[in-house]
Design a protein around this ligand. Sequence first.
Ligand code: SAM
Ligand code: SF4
Length: 403
Amino acid sequence: MPLARSDHTETRDEREPLKGREPSDAFGVYIHWPFCLSKCPYCDFNSHVRRAAIDESRFVRAFVAEITTTAARIGARVVSTVFFGGGTPSLMAPATVAAVLDAVAAHWTMAPDVEVTLEANPTSVEAARFRGYRAAGVNRVSLGVQALDDSALTALGRLHSVREAREAVAIARNTFDRYSFDLIYARPGQTPAQWRRELAHAIAEAAEHLSLYQLTIEPETPFAALHAAGKLSVPDDDTARALYDVTQEVCTARGLPAYEVSNHARPGAECRHNLVYWRGHEYAGIGPGAHGRLDVDGVRRAVATEKRPESWLMRVEAQGHGVVADEALTRAERADEFLLMGLRLAEGIAPERFQRVAGRPLDHERIAFLRQHGLVEIAPNGHLRVTAAGFPVLDAVVADLAA
Ligand SMILES: C[S@@+](CC[C@H](N)C(=O)[O-])C[C@H]1O[C@@H](n2cnc3c(N)ncnc32)[C@H](O)[C@@H]1O
Ligand code: SF4
């Protein structure tokens, strides 16, 4: 869609330090566990399969070292959220999780209501560890259910059955205050009617939160090769749009509206860790291939660590961290990132926060243009937010508002 653009000129020093952190700013800690039992054919996350046993005590020492180095660099923080992602963090021993959380608490202050999430694969072996995770301090799990249909699970290369997934969800419900699960839709051959039924079953199992991802054919995955060879066909654009529309309709009707493009929750039950990213707050990324956004001397820095687990270990053992990229973001980059992340949220963005982050106000001409086309609106609280008609063309809306 051609959208009007006008040139924007930076008038201030691009890397001029911004106003300090607001006391209310959230701070998240992301911990990456990079191993899985097998590699799913659609997945391009930083996950690796190893035949030999993983030396978890060596990883614990490295996680603790990287947390120590990061804390020395940024100083005191109140941790609002911790997220163990992967890979498959539910392959970690509960003692490993406990040791990492102890290190986070030793170097920063844990908020009294800290949200601690762990991603888990829904097999019986992993569900057996849930009580250990709770004892370690985890208070929320996110389960990778992916489908409530056995043939779809097989096609996705998953190691669990629907029965096992349901049992893992039941154990999560009895163990943690909060849980969520992920489903992938727009799968090969899936129809809107089938998805409507599957989603109704999912909502019956979900307490407060669901992540619903449209299948993406990621480059250099086995699915990409099959797709290129004509051996895997995904729903066409019209069917994908119908599946998206069913998702919004069913979830909204059942009290789980989208609060972000792919995430649905009862109001108040949003994943606070992911809100840290989407609201443009600060977070530390710990572990192989983790990304962080750190405020150092008032400047926002994009930090990333070495992806390969063994190389990351060696770097951390040699220098106390595995950082391989560490760049100050310009104001224009911060502004674009703030729009890109914030407009994914149903709540949209606060214009005054945009101004604080970007060092310039939002472009009123462009907003007026997008409003005329029904793609964005001004909420009663003054936030700029994307409309239901705008979400399917979100990339174009963001591109139009970006610098
Ligand atoms: C880091 S991954 C997985 C966590 C866990 N290892 C699992 O697989 O259950 C987080 C989520 O991303 C989603 N995902 C991964 N690859 C995807 C793809 N190609 N298309 C859509 N969703 C994907 C899956 O729903 C998955 O649960
Ligand atoms: S989808 Fe999850 S289990 Fe499968 S390879 Fe990716 S991270 Fe591992």
